[in-house]
Design a protein around this ligand. Sequence first.
Ligand SMILES: [Zn+2]
Ligand SMILES: [Zn+2]
Length: 372
Amino acid sequence: MQAVGAIPKKKEVAIIDHPKPVLSSDNEVIVKSIDVGICGTDREICTFVYGDPPKDSDYLVLGHECLGIVQEVGSAVENFLPGDLVVPSVRRPCTHNHCAPCKDDMQDFCSTGDFVERGIKMRHGYMTEYWAEEEKYLNYVPVNLKDVAVLVEPLTIVEKAMAQVWPTQCRLPWAKDKDAKGRPNGKGLNAVVLGAGPVGILGAMKLKTEGFNTFVYSRSKAPNPKAELVESFGVPYISAQETSLEELAERVGNIDLVYEAVGVSSISYKVLSILGLNGIYVFTGIPAPKPAIEVDADLIMRNLVLKNQVVIGTVNADQGAFISAIKDLGVFMERWPEALKRIITSRFGAQDSRSLLLDKATGIKNVISFDH
Ligand SMILES: [Zn+2]
Ligand SMILES: [Zn+2]
């Protein structure tokens, strides 16, 4: 069957004839891919800076952002039936007994580095017609989210981020407004999202849903399609080309939270220098290695201390983040269905994958569709 693979030895990206999976244990599920999203990680794997095939393969099947439909279930599978829509997670635990996070199903915090990731590190991904997975790594998706559920995985990034932010900001008990269920929210707090790609746009939707007074700060001048999309759900878009850092700080007020989704260190560290009192800054981008940049380290260090700031990094994502993402996608679908659908620029067949992976990036989120 067809798969889109990266072949490191040949430095090639190709459509590969990949064996169709069969059930190899009772708790496995065979899934047919419907939509597979393409992101910067896939594009970087195709430049061969990272990404490793499984030990017994010359190629790595790409794809880690996937919506699929269950085809066949093993005899011990309890929670899925053929026809169910599912989104798989990406990271799988290492096999070391002493790795407490992996033993606790929190392999996103793996302490040995020997985790594997589907479509990225030593396990084939989902950019193929069929794949097999253990039931515990699949998440059920309601049918009404079929058109947008390929966005679940990029949404898990902000879900995991907020799962770190709230416990950390409980250090500020007076600033915490709780809902009827005792969950904190962002009412009265200001958040800046850096970047207007899919991760930034989904992050802005999440932060607005959580009650933050939310802004998106991104490079391109407005008007542009991303700015229009962001403003269509009520979040102001501020262009870094038109608005200085000082003007940004003045417009936003005390910046309580920065959600970095741009992957560019220069702009990210500049915005760190204007983080507000008691603020928290979340890094999610993974910049490729480049020559060192100059930052005002004294200012940043002074602010971190004198303003009680916190900086955290986060890589996704545990199952809790996937479950929250599917729930929030339902909320976004109710509030902003048109904006949510517009994050997906176009769907293409597998034959178009090479140009999407290798040529200049266009649009917001492009998707390879296997749903013929
Ligand atoms: Zn991705
Ligand atoms: Zn581990």
